[in-house]
Design a protein around this ligand. Structure first.
Ligand code: ADP
Ligand code: MG
Length: 453
């Protein structure tokens, strides 16, 4: 039964995804509405559950199974990538025994890269152009100019995508380089495992032999003291050898609580660039690019620009959510044999649309900003030109432009009837200041997060 369903998924997820992620899944059992699958590695389990749980669930239910949830767990007899989850002692020993002693090279090849995450597939827009340019630069594999490169930004904005793209590009251009990509979580697991198995020397040799080290989601090691310590030493050893390091984090290094100061300051020594929340244009561009890819998988299914614009308008800044919506739309339309129009979109995405309904308003921004700077709301909106009011006002205008879909004249109106050129000037001013004035950059960032929370 699962065998047949799998084939159905081939159509939904495409050949590449199918081979990489779906093919290796094994159905274990169904109990109390929970379908359990086994996967060879923990990484795969996480990936599949993040990216394909929806479609699998959907496919199961359309086939008549009554499933509420799907879960993935590492199969105990897997010999690939020792899993960080507790597995029975006997099989763990067996796995270890059959495993050839890995050379650094082998270990590196074991780190899976998503074949979809290439530069070609990355849509560039204003919110991510700087991060993209920096990623491109390090992917050339030329002399190290900034070290580390730190990419930070909220979830689903393309950090992992850019890192994989760098790795792909480096493999192509400089196959002789030892490129190691892993998540901070995997770094910790490997470290802990090395400790447990008394293989710290191997660990150190492995990590000090790479030419390019990429650690994704570094915020994960915050508060994990010995891992941070080891990370710090690895980091220093590589920087001393002039090896490129690329890090991602979900917020600016300075804002990661429980990250040691020395690690913070190391991270801040390089080039720190942020991925801003997507804007409407970028979202539309991404949707158009994705639709292009779906053409092969779903011949004959068309989606109008009207629907794409609607999705770009209404769905959150998180690209993963946007993609998920589109995937679901195509899968749904092809299954029920209907064309993708507004009605189908509303039906099929009702839950997603409802979830992203919470819109940030200009008023909310003004309130938060005035609280933050400890001034009165009326001073933000009012006519006073004092610097201590003017700057917060500009910050609020900037955030209004970034976080709401209001036009400049509309924003001006909400700031005591100011002209749109005043708003534009304010937005520009903050954009400039963010670059040269760390305090402003931090203020804006904190406020943005507070508003988006
Ligand atoms: P993050 O690591 O920042 O949480 P990811 O890199 O995993 O985000 O991106 C989430 C999803 O959105 C991925 O499928 C990725 O391919 C896609 N994505 C993000 N940004 C872009 C972009 N600019 N162009 C195309 N796809 C994107
Ligand atoms: Mg990521």
């Amino acid at each position: 039964k699962w065998g047949q369903l799998k084939i159905g998924l081939l159509k939904t997820v495409g050949q590449n995804n199918y081979t990489t992620w779906i093919e290796p899944l094994e159905f274990e059992h169904l109990q109390d509405g929970v379908a359990v699958f086994s996967v060879p590695t923990n990484f795969m389990g996480n990936y599949v559950s993040q990216n394909f749980a929806d479609v699998i669930l959907y496919e199961l239910n359309t086939a008549g199974a009554n499933v509420q949830r799907v879960t993935f767990r590492v199969s105990a007899n897997s010999t690939a990538n020792p899993s960080p989850r507790p597995v029975p002692e006997a099989s763990k020993a067996a796995a270890r025994a059959t495993e050839p002693t890995a050379s650094p090279r082998d270990a590196l090849q074991a780190a899976p890269l998503d074949s979809r995450f290439t530069f070609d597939a990355f849509v560039v827009g204003k919110p991510n152009e700087l991060a993209h340019a920096a990623a491109r630069r390090v992917s050339e594999g030329g002399p190290v100019t900034f070290n580390p490169l730190v990419l930070y930004g909220g979830v689903g904005l393309g950090k992992t995508h850019l890192m994989h793209a760098i790795a792909w590009e480096l493999r192509k251009r400089k196959p002789e380089l030892n490129v190691l990509y892993l998540s901070a979580e995997q770094f910790m697991y490997r470290f802990v495992q090395a400790l447990r198995e008394r293989k710290m020397m191997d660990f150190k040799v492995l990590f000090r032999s790479v030419d390019v080290l990429m650690v994704d989601d570094v915020q994960f090691i915050a508060g994990k003291d010995s891992t941070q310590e080891e990370f710090f030493h690895t980091f220093n050893a590589l920087v001393d050898q002039n090896k490129q390091i690329i890090i991602s984090a979900d917020r600016a290094p300075g804002e990661i609580k429980e990250l040691e100061d020395r690690v913070k300051s190391r991270l801040q020594c390089g080039l720190v660039v942020d991925l801003h929340p997507t804007d409407y244009e970028l979202r539309l561009g991404i949707l158009q690019a994705k639709v292009q890819q779906y053409r092969d998988a779903y011949p004959g299914l068309e989606i109008s620009n009207g629907v794409l614009e609607f999705l770009a308008q209404r769905i959150s800044t998180n690209v993963r959510v946007l993609e998920g919506a589109l995937t679901r739309l195509f899968a749904f339309a092809s299954l029920v044999g209907r064309e993708i129009d507004m009605e189908l979109t509303q039906d099929c995405l009702a839950d997603v649309l409802r979830a992203s309904e919470r819109k940030i308003t200009v008023e909310e921004i003004q309130r938060k900003v005035s609280d933050y700077y400890n001034i009165r709301l009326s001073d933000i909106i009012g006519p006073k030109r004092l610097r201590s009011y003017a700057r917060p006002r500009q910050v609020a205008m900037y955030l209004a432009k970034q976080l709401t879909s209001r036009s400049l004249p509309e924003i001006g109106r909400r700031f005591g009837g100011r002209d749109h050129t005043t708003v534009m000037h304010g937005v520009k001013r903050i954009e400039e200041l963010k670059v040269i004035d760390g305090q402003i950059a931090e203020d804006v960032e904190i406020l943005r997060r507070a508003l988006e929370a």
